[in-house]
Design a protein around this ligand. Structure first.
Ligand code: RUQ
Ligand code: CUA
Length: 660
């Protein structure tokens, strides 16, 4: 296509999208009909069929919903501080947000991906990516808390992440922004992109207990890696990445990265990469990245700074990376449940190419190449192509599968989900979304075993769908019943943050996977754990005061504390003595420049507090825990710096020394 026609095509797409996002699609009021309400209705006291783990976009968090009800169960803090839970504020979790740039209180979480065994969702962990300061987090589904975060060196805009291989061997990440490698000189002119900028792919090994470490990185040409999915079954051992900006532009990408008719899907043979590493072909390179781990028995996180990473060069090792031409700045890159078909979705395309893994293998064997891209062999488009879905819609983004031979693709520009047959490439059905759908999720829909009953669409724009809330309108998702031939919209529900990718699993898989109800007090190894009220104490060492406190329905011990002086740094280490499900206590003290503590049964958490004025400071429990919750309170007296008021602490008695 020549440039003029192409520009016109883009203008047409943009105008189309403007119309579609500002006008109501036809039938939007009666799009929900008949038995829809009944299908989404989960009666009070009844459980949902699926857990849905939804990325929170620029909120940096992950949220957990029930499907089909759309009810919000929990927001799991991952990359952003959360004052509600004290995450990133209490001393125990601050190290989780440490990076090579220091403490980072926010990020942008785009994709969630659940752990798999034999290509099936196994309910152990869910991973999330930090887009801005590149990191991967692991959330443990026994506790629904973030257990580990690893930073990715040589990366920027960690978008193509975190995608998982079929036995959770690796969590894989591709950098969106190519940048000069960390150990090279980054102080170069921006317009030297072609010479100096590199794209790195990270293969993060996941151990038996979920422990993450960067096994290796592959250095690739400077392009934008957008999304990715692992091969499965016959294509296990391969990873597929969509690449755009193969023009290698460094300015006005909306025009300059849309010049070429085709960009690429990059196929990476990671089993081959492993062989090269065994043969000593990798290079240990200096790098600085944080690895943060939350220890469940000390209830505390630690942060370790790593200093090197193993890097393979894609140019030198010719047979690990191959480029497959793919039309128009591909975004989604999805592999069907059999592992044979790879779907590339060009953001600006009006068709969907589907590639065949078998054909790809033949093309490689028979060297059906059309040249090289920056040292990487480019396979002939037709040689790897299974076929194209013709006229599916405008602006395809992402595809999931139902396990019955059907694919479902979202179309941002034409605001719809389209169902098509993977083998025959025939369009079977289409439904409107409200509006501008991005990702979609079918439970297990990117695994070998999808549960093809519901499809959830995550929309970028809501416009007139909900009561207005000022300039910023809510974000939303929509649930469709896909059990029949025709898709049927059954529910709209608002989401926390902007939803991108999501994963879902049958409720029982997660409920019956060793869910924790409380932490065993006997196993608590926190350095300041207080296992009974007799052990509570207040210890001064210089200007530091450590208060070892307990809480249980419905008091803190101690609840009267004196002898704190201006200039002191006070640490409240509070152990929740409860050994019962659903009885957290909260803690906060007047004037704290900090969030509350929310302490789970059997857990110890620490609040750092520096008094700023002489006087009386009440503290109280913030979580309604019993009929006498409102009595769960105490006082702390702050005296001037030179005061002789001794340290005293008590519960239920007035000590003589404390009456002065
Ligand atoms: S993206 S709407 Cu950040 Cu995954 Cu495609
Ligand atoms: Cu403890 Cu309210």
């Amino acid at each position: 296509m020549n440039k003029d026609i192409f520009v016109k095509a883009i203008i047409a797409l943009v105008i189309g999208s403007a119309l579609l996002t500002s006008c109501k699609p036809k039938n939007s009021s009666d799009a929900v009909s008949g038995d829809a309400a009944q299908k989404a209705y989960v009666a009070p006291g009844k459980y949902d069929e699926f857990y849905n783990f939804v990325s929170g976009g620029f909120s940096g968090q992950m949220s957990v919903y029930g499907v089909p009800s759309g009810r919000l169960f929990r927001v799991i803090p991952v990359f952003s501080v959360d004052p509600e839970k004290g995450y990133g504020y209490n001393e125990e979790t601050k190290p989780m947000l440490n990076t090579s740039h220091g403490f980072v209180p926010w990020d942008d979480l785009h994709h969630t991906e659940m752990s798999q065994t034999n290509g099936e969702v196994d309910g152990r962990w869910v991973f999330g990516n930090a887009n801005n300061t590149p990191r991967i987090a692991r959330i443990d589904l026994k506790t629904f808390t973030t257990k580990e975060i690893i930073e990715l060196p040589n990366s920027a805009g960690n978008h193509s992440s975190p995608f998982i291989t079929e036995n959770t061997e690796y969590v894989v990440a591709g950098t969106r922004f190519s940048v000069p490698a960390d150990n090279s000189n980054g102080d170069v002119p921006i317009n030297t992109y072609k010479q100096n900028f590199k794209g790195h792919l990270s293969f993060v090994k996941v151990g038996k207990e979920g422990d993450m470490s960067i096994a290796f990185q592959i250095q690739c040409p400077g392009v934008n890696f957008d999304l990715s999915h692992a091969g499965k079954g016959k294509s296990h051992g391969w990873m597929f990445f969509s690449c755009y900006n193969t023009e290698q532009a460094n300015t006005l990408l909306e025009v300059n990265a849309s010049q070429k008719d085709k960009d690429f899907i990059m196929a990476v043979n990671w089993k081959k990469a492993e062989e090269y590493i065994k043969a000593g072909k990798g290079k240990m390179t200096p790098a600085k990245y944080a690895h943060n781990v939350y220890n469940e028995s000390t209830h505390s996180a630690t942060s370790e700074m790593k200093t090197q990473v193993l890097v393979l060069d894609s140019k030198e090792l010719k047979d690990i990376c191959y480029m497959i031409p793919c039309p128009k700045s591909p975004h989604g890159c999805d592999v069907d449940p059999t592992g044979e078909y790879i779907v590339g979705s060009g953001k600006l395309a009006a068709l969907i190419p589907v590639f065949s893994f078998d054909k790809l293998q033949n093309a490689i064997k028979n060297k059906q190449f059309e040249g090289e891209y920056d040292g990487i062999p480019v396979i002939k488009y037709e040689a790897a192509l299974h076929g194209e879905v013709q006229k599916p819609g405008l602006g395809p983004l992402h595809t999931e599968f139902d396990g019955k031979g059907n694919a479902y693709t979202t179309f941002f520009v034409s605001s719809e989900v389209v169902k098509w047959d993977i083998k025959s490439l025939q369009v079977l059905d289409r439904v409107p979304t409200y509006y501008s759908v991005g990702h979609l999720c079918i439970p297990g829909g990117d695994s070998k075993k999808p549960f093809g009953k519901y499809l959830i669409a995550y929309n970028k724009i809501t416009k007139d769908r909900y009561l207005p809330t000022g300039p910023e309108l809510c974000q939303s998702a929509q649930i469709y019943d896909i059990s029949g031939d025709k898709m049927q919209l059954i529910l709209d529900f608002p989401t926390i943050g902007e939803p991108h990718y999501a994963q879902a699993a049958p409720a029982d898989l997660i409920r019956n996977n060793g869910q924790l109800k409380f932490y065993k007090l006997a196993d608590n190894k926190h350095p300041f754990v207080t296992k009974g009220e007799k052990e509570t104490k207040v210890v001064r060492s210089g200007k530091r005061v450590d208060i070892s406190m307990t809480c249980i329905r419905s008091h803190f011990s101690p609840d009267n504390i004196e002898g704190i002086k201006m200039g002191d740094e006070v640490y409240f280490h509070i152990t929740n003595l409860e050994q019962d499900w659903d009885v957290p206590h909260g803690f906060s003290i007047k004037g704290a420049n900090n969030a509350e503590l929310l302490i789970m049964p059997g857990e110890t958490a620490t609040l750092k507090w520096t008094p700023d004025k002489v006087g009386m400071y009440p503290f109280y429990c913030t979580d309604f825990c019993s009929a006498l919750h409102q009595e769960m309170q105490g006082y702390l007296r702050v005296s001037p710096a030179g005061s002789t008021v001794p340290i005293t602490f008590s519960l239920g008695t007035n000590l003589s020394s404390a009456t002065k």
